[in-house]
Design a protein around this ligand. Structure first.
Ligand SMILES: CCCCCCCCCCCCCCCC(=O)OC/C=C(C)/C=C/C=C(C)/C=C/C1=C(C)CCCC1(C)C
Ligand code: FE2
Length: 546
């Protein structure tokens, strides 16, 4: 039974998973010695050639030690090659220090996001003591995304380490420490890539005397002299921090033609805990987060050229934010579309593997306690009339989003809700990035999370709020990637690619799914004899790498 359907204004969210097939996406798998051929049903469009790369965790335990959090498993890169209607699949673990040392010592050696590495119990008490005071190493486990810099591809997490990989062979090439080039302690796994290849990213910077800022960094495109663009990278603008000693967690940011948009949420990193954690037994990154229960959420703007902070004081109620969908300038406003999670409680607290691998009734119970997802549109006015206190400053006729100047000089924002379904998230958003990032647009595509379990692919018309859904029973898709049909101009003329695990299918339980982006109907699927663990993100420019 195929549940491919079209609904107006709401997803019914009634799909249940009593068989617990989703547990499969949190299981360790083996890498492949060579690419395997997929069995294609339907017709892969002839123009759709190239490689789809994806990354996520692939090893959830080492020796007799388990990784505890969704973001701890060792980075595994997946690759689907498409050529002349044929599809092959290949995967390989990234040889990070975290992976190589875990394999060599058969234990967790480097502390991961939610798993602490303990010193080798076989070492004597003196060498264990010295291991502590050498400091715990920052992880290079690049399981979150892959992006291009110049002619190279890097797998990344959110620390200062990125890992150059060969996108053809999936071999690991070099580990790069961004601290050697830039004043940042880490950068997000969601850089923006401009048409000429310029990379913009944002990261925390713990400066001298504990001054805190969020630095926007720029890495130029391919250099004429063939030198590494990373060597020419620089900080272009700084956003201030709302609190001393406590920067907010940042997972992504927005970019328009002329502005950077940074949303400072109440999910805070307690720096004192973080710095002392390196010397204290038993702590990991997750232990260093806390919520600021009073600040709400702050929106910040900076101009791009020249990079200049604009001190507007935009405020709204508390939410968690991981993914910006898109943002753009319209008249004298910036429109910002976001996948939010209501409240200050950190969503990552609910992403321990023990929670996600639970039986369905338990999974649902735990998600009821968590912040609730909502796709929201905020509108930031660029001109603020000081005499218009208490009045709505937003005059765009197509949105109900509000911005009100208050007597303390802050501008209070109320969003327009673009999609809301109880415990039904529209997450891992994608757009027709190459043509519409930073521009007025119509369509967002996303992964539907049902109580945190990814069980459908969605399309949202951000202007009319229409929703399209692709869903099949006991099937667990990944973030859908949009690829435009060559030579076509319409925003949604293209395909969506997603990798799906359907554990019930005995012979071929995993496949690459190709949907028509217009209506989410299936064009083709390429099935393989293996399943895939969960993947997070992929390069946004498959067409160019094709
Ligand atoms: C695809 C289906 C997933 C199934 C369940 C998902 C539910 C998701 C619900 C919300 C969306 C969340 C999206 C998050 C996506 C993601 O990929 O996140 C991964 C983030 C990671 C691995 C972050 C690592 C960050 C680190 C190690 C940060 C380290 C640092 C600090 C904490 C302090 C300052 C310094 C430093 C070292 C940068
Ligand atoms: Fe992400």
């Amino acid at each position: 039974m195929v549940l491919s359907y079209y609904v107006f204004f709401a997803s019914d969210g009634r799909v249940e998973h009593p068989a617990g097939g989703y547990k499969k996406i949190f299981e360790t798998c083996k890498e492949l010695a060579e690419p395997i051929e997929a069995q294609v049903t339907g017709q892969v469009p002839q123009w759709l050639t190239g490689s789809l790369l994806r990354v996520g965790p692939g090893m959830f335990e080492v020796g007799d030690q388990a990784f505890h959090h969704l973001f701890d498993g060792q980075a595994l890169i997946h690759k689907f090659d498409l050529k002349n209607g044929k599809v092959t699949y290949y995967r390989k673990f990234v040889r990070t220090d975290a992976y190589v040392r875990a394999m060599t010592e058969n234990r967790v050696v480097i502390t991961e996001f939610g798993t602490t590495a303990y010193p080798d119990p076989c070492k004597n008490i003196f060498s264990r003591f010295f291991t502590y005071f050498q400091g715990i190493e920052v992880t290079d486990n690049c399981l979150v995304n892959i992006y291009p810099i110049g002619e190279d591809f890097y797998a990344c997490t959110e620390t200062n380490y990125i890992t150059k990989i060969n996108p053809e062979t999936l071999e690991t090439l070099t580990k790069v420490d961004l601290c050697n080039y830039l004043s940042v302690n880490g950068v997000t796994a969601h850089p923006h890539i401009e048409k000429d290849g310029t990379v913009y990213n944002i990261g925390n910077c713990f400066g001298k005397n504990m001054t805190l800022a969020y630095n926007v960094v720029k890495i130029p495109p391919i250099q004429k002299d063939k030198s590494d663009p990373i060597e020419k990278s620089r900080v272009v603008v700084q956003f201030p921090s709302s609190e001393h000693f406590k920067p907010s967690y940042v997972h992504s940011f927005g970019i328009t033609e002329n502005y950077f948009v940074f949303v400072e949420t109440p999910v805070k990193i307690n720096l004192l805990k973080f710095l002392s954690a390196w010397a204290i037994r038993g702590t990991n990154y997750m232990d260093c987060f806390e919520s600021n229960e009073t600040m709400g959420t702050w929106f910040h703007l900076a101009s791009k050229n020249p990079g200049e902070y604009k001190d507007y004081k935009f405020r709204t109620s508390a939410f968690n934010l991981f993914h910006h969908i898109n943002c753009y300038e319209d008249q004298d406003f910036i429109v910002v579309d976001l996948c939010t999670w209501k409240g200050f409680d950190f969503v990552y607290n609910y992403l321990y593997l023990a929670n996600l691998r639970n039986n369905w009734e338990e999974v649902k119970k735990s998600a009821i306690m968590a912040p609730q997802p909502e796709v929201r549109r905020y509108v930031l006015p660029l001109t603020v009339d000081k005499k218009a206190k208490g009045k709505n400053l937003v005059s765009l006729t197509y949105t109900t989003a509000i911005a009100v100047l208050r007597s303390d000089g802050t501008i209070w924002l109320e969003p327009e809700v673009l999609f809301s379904g109880p415990r039904q998230a529209f997450e891992f958003p994608q757009i027709n990035y190459n043509r519409f990032n930073g521009k007025d647009y119509m369509y967002a595509y996303g992964l539907g999370l049902n109580h945190f379990i990814p069980d459908r692919i969605c399309k949202l018309n951000v202007k009319t709020k229409e929703i399209w859904v692709w869903q099949e029973p006991d099937s667990y898709p990944s973030e859908p990637l949009f690829v435009q049909t060559p030579g076509r101009l319409e925003e949604d003329d293209g395909v969506l690619l997603s990798i799906v695990v359907s554990p019930g299918a005995a012979q071929r339980p995993g496949y690459l799914l190709i949907l028509n982006a217009r209506d989410l109907t299936e064009i083709a699927r390429a099935e393989v004899e293996v399943t895939f663990p969960v993947t997070f993100h992929a390069p946004q420019n498959m067409q160019e790498t094709a």
